[in-house]
Design a protein. Sequence first.
Lengths: 150, 150
Amino acid sequence: MEITNKQMRVTIEGQSESATKINLRAGRFSMIIDEPAPMGGTDEGPTPVQVLLMSLAGCLSITGHAVAQQRGLKLNDMHIKIEGAMNPCAFMGISFDERAGFQEINVTIDANFDGASQEEQEAWLDETEKRCPVTDNIKDSTRIKLTPKY
Amino acid sequence: MEITNKQMRVTIEGQSESATKINLRAGRFSMIIDEPAPMGGTDEGPTPVQVLLMSLAGCLSITGHAVAQQRGLKLNDMHIKIEGAMNPCAFMGISFDERAGFQEINVTIDANFDGASQEEQEAWLDETEKRCPVTDNIKDSTRIKLTPKY
């Protein structure tokens, strides 16, 4: 990660080890993404769509704590549960009647404040949603440019 | 993960441990998301935006291998590098002139085939992009419903 002139650049790399397992690296951190056995995988890590939802939970948590601090609210901790439903037919190449990804993402946020009114909590949540980078990239369309190396 | 009647339901949970650190769980897998010290964090895990890009790399890899197999192409492995640039001002609450998330996501795919022509590889990449669930959720807008618990 590099911050210059109000631009933060983020880079990650991945190398597939099998049809379902990929070894990923972001700076000094590594992770494995895989599929469970019923999907033909070796179940050595979470699936890509689980990791997508984890990135959203992490971003809402960090943004939520930052917004609370700036608003002078005492936020002790947040518990976040995220659920999504998708039709795997497009991924499998069976049909394209429904989109490939989640049709909708449902987030339940249990934020534990000391002494914040419901109005303060509503304003906090609105601002958190607006400032959360991962929420923005999922909620509004984001250009993905694929460049193959031949 | 539960597949019923062409609906696959995916659930994850997270619990914040500090303003920047969150412990996440997806099935039997856990991970930590955090921020580096210059962002006020404890650098115990990748950042949310790094994890977003890792989910995309994982999904492109798994989808790419599935598409190659169905097309009868011998794909040995894929190396994927993803870069994104964002202006952190919206996240920080300083200004909203630019969106909170990545302005664009650049993916370089180095797919190592045995004996596939460039035309076959181009058709493979088009289909991979179309069938990749995480690509779909980022590229096209996806509704995120936030439900607070008061």
